[in-house]
Design a protein around this ligand. Structure first.
Ligand code: GLC
Ligand code: GLC
Length: 628
């Protein structure tokens, strides 16, 4: 009798292992191969992977198969993300179940549940100081609730992203507590020094992430008698990735979370994972080896899961997180397009897109392998003016001068500015001034409303919508940050909260305004207009195949100072995306539009034909068009 044609679970594991082994072992050989215990480590890792796979629920195994067959699922134009703090959006995890219709209404197919694992008590850096990776923050619910919610979201076709903080743990994590007690095994999980000499030598080339409230990169604990590496806050202890035990622990945690229904792991602050004396200890080559190896582990044990790598760094340093050279197609599936965000704000303030066109046109490839960007205009973090002196010089500006201008403009102190924000982490030594503020307030809504300036309100609404149209078309998953779809303005309440008052990022982490949301379908309030406009943008994005993340993007220039333009070069023809970054009318010659390949003069965003007048396409203030 013929054997029934089915593949056993073990066979599937072996196939997946065979597929990804070449991506995995050479990385680990390089990093840990010199160690005496290396073969034990390899055996242990195999066991962890097998166990993860064995424990994987049947419905998620089916999802693995589906995504093996549709590996571009996350690049498709129907992907649209929404990022929120669970308590601020829905109270609790289960509260999300009541908000599914809202997410559907907006057209959301991906949610990033901001840090939801058990944080340390008190100030936890918004949950990024994790004390237990296997428990949900008790204020939000339980792991069972979490599984209920991920299943409900999955049933609606919504993928779930959560944070995996792997650069550091809270000092209250069980490993850290053991280390503090003097347990050498766990002390080796962290970077601890008996004397200040080595820390001092490292400090010479390190930068400070939170210079205001957490200066320096090391903390001395008299009780332990050691200096501990603490890049971020004092309570966040950097993990020692040179120790293979850390790698094993994190892989186990990754598979554990994957098996609870997570689709996207947002690997937090990855740039800092590897330390090398004499460097900034950011984006060292070993970081990419580790990340490629972690990616291979997910592909073996939970194939449906992809990785979003958070590295808020300059373009040349960011791109490798999406795989370059020997890591091509093998590292992060997603990484934040920080430059697109920075350039959006820069061009809005100057009404001049030359720097934006230069940076996006020269530093980014037209396509990526097995990867795409996470595009965004605002997020829960501050905006750092990551504009190099060289790039500024290329358009006749000075880096320092321009960065300083942007800080003043968005803080709200520059004469004539439309924006209202707050400074974050002013660094006297470097002159660095980062900015906090909500999308709507930075785009001018708050100031215009206070002044009763109707034209200013109109301009702010249009700026917000232009931003959303930009991130929906550039390529990648657009991430709408909670509240931005309703034009929520700055929330100054954080100044009254002792754990938050020192951190102006809370100004743009408001509670959801369900009253405004309730009126999203009626009235002409800025909130309703932005909601409707954002919803329309996401709906049109879904309808335009050329916006698939795999379709090359090429930045072009019409030679008009206030216009930003790129073409998506699809097999079916080009789509020219045009944005007017000024409050005045602008125009481009029809001949130029046709020259970049537009044939139909149809705006795919409004789904209306575009009239040519006097040989030109006219663009109203803050216009955005996707011309086919
Ligand atoms: C990431 C988070 C940020 C946090 C930092 C430290 O960059 O986005 O909010 O402060 O990591 O964990
Ligand atoms: C720095 C870090 C980034 C973090 C941010 C928080 O930019 O590189 O990882 O999100 O600080 O403000």
């Amino acid at each position: 009798m013929a054997r029934p044609p089915s593949t056993s679970d073990d066979e599937i594991f072996d196939l997946r292992l065979a597929r990804s082994a070449p991506d995995l072992w050479p990385m680990l050989d390089t990093i840990y191969g010199h160690r005496e215990d290396y073969s034990d480590f390899r055996a242990a890792l195999l066991m962890v992977l097998k166990k993860g796979w064995k424990d994987r629920p049947a419905d998620l195994k089916a999802l693995d198969l589906k995504r093996d067959l549709e590996p571009d699922w996350f690049q498709r134009p129907d992907m649209a993300g929404y990022v929120f703090y669970i308590d601020r959006f829905a109270g609790t995890l289960r509260g999300i179940l009541d908000k599914l219709d809202y997410l559907d209404d907006l057209g959301i197919t991906y949610v990033h549940l901001m840090p939801c694992l058990k944080p340390r008590p008190g100030d936890s850096d918004g949950g990024y100081s994790v004390m237990d990776y296997r428990q949900i923050n008790p204020a939000y619910g339980t792991m069972e609730d979490f599984e209920t919610v991920t299943a409900a979201l999955r049933a609606r076709g919504i993928s779930v992203c959560i944070d995996l903080v792997l650069n550091h743990t809270a000092k209250e994590h069980a490993w850290a507590k053991q280390a503090a007690k003097g347990d050498a095994t766990y002390q080796d999980y962290y970077l601890m020094f008996d004397t200040p000499d080595v820390p001092r030598r490292y400090e010479q080339s390190l930068v400070e992430v939170f210079p205001d409230n957490a200066p320096g990169n090391f903390t001395y604990y008299p009780g332990i008698g050691k200096w501990v590496w603490t890049t971020f806050n004092e309570h966040q202890w950097d993990l020692n990735w040179a120790n293979p035990a850390v790698f094993l622990e994190i892989v186990e945690i990754m598979l554990f979370l994957a098996n609870r229904g997570v689709d996207v792991l947002r690997l937090d602050a990855v740039a800092f994972m590897w330390k090398r004396m004499g460097t900034r200890c950011q984006s060292e080559p070993e970081v990419h080896m580790l990340l490629q190896a972690l990616r291979a582990c997910s592909r073996i044990g939970s194939a449906a899961v992809i990785h979003l790598e958070e590295a808020i760094v300059a373009p040349a340093e960011m791109l490798p997180y999406l795989g370059r050279g020997k890591h091509d197609g093998r590292e992060g599936n997603l990484a934040y397009h920080n430059s697109l965000m920075v350039q959006f704000w820069s061009a809005l303030a100057t009404r001049d897109t030359r720097l934006m066109t230069h940076v996006l046109g020269t530093h980014f490839p037209d396509r990526l392998t097995n990867a795409t960007y996470a595009t965004y205009i605002r997020c829960h973090d501050d905006i750092g003016w990551a504009i190099t002196d060289e790039d500024a010089a290329a358009v006749g500006a000075t880096g320092h001068g321009h960065r300083n201008f942007l800080s003043q403009f968005y803080e709200g102190s520059f004469p004539g500015t439309f924006a209202k924000g707050a400074l974050f982490q002013v660094n006297e030594a470097t002159g660095d001034k980062r900015i906090s503020g909500s999308l709507a307030s930075l785009a001018g809504l708050e100031r215009a409303m206070e002044a009763g300036d109707a034209a200013g309100v109109e301009a702010a609404v249009q700026r917000v919508l232009m931003g959303h149209a930009l991130i929906a078309s550039y390529g990648g998953i657009p991430l709408i940050y909670m509240g931005d779809e309703l034009a929520l303005t700055n929330d100054y309440g954080y100044l009254q909260v002792p754990e938050h008052a020192h951190d102006s990022r809370w100004i743009h982490r408001p509670a959801m305004d369900w009253a405004v949301a309730g009126h999203r379908h009626d009235g002409a309030s800025p909130g309703a207009r932005v909601f409707w406009g954002t919803k329309a943008i996401l709906a049109r994005r879904r309808a335009v195949a050329a916006l698939h993340g795999g379709v090359p993007v090429r930045v072009v220039s019409a030679g008009v100072a206030g216009l930003f333009a790129f073409v998506r070069v699809a097999p079916t023809g080009v789509v020219l995306c045009l944005f007017n970054f000024t409050e005045g009318w602008s125009r481009v010659p029809e001949a130029w539009v046709r020259g970049v390949g537009v044939t139909a003069m149809h705006d795919l965003l409004s789904d209306h034909p575009v009239e040519v007048f006097d040989g030109h396409v006219a663009l109203p203030p803050y216009a955005r068009v996707w011309l086919a």
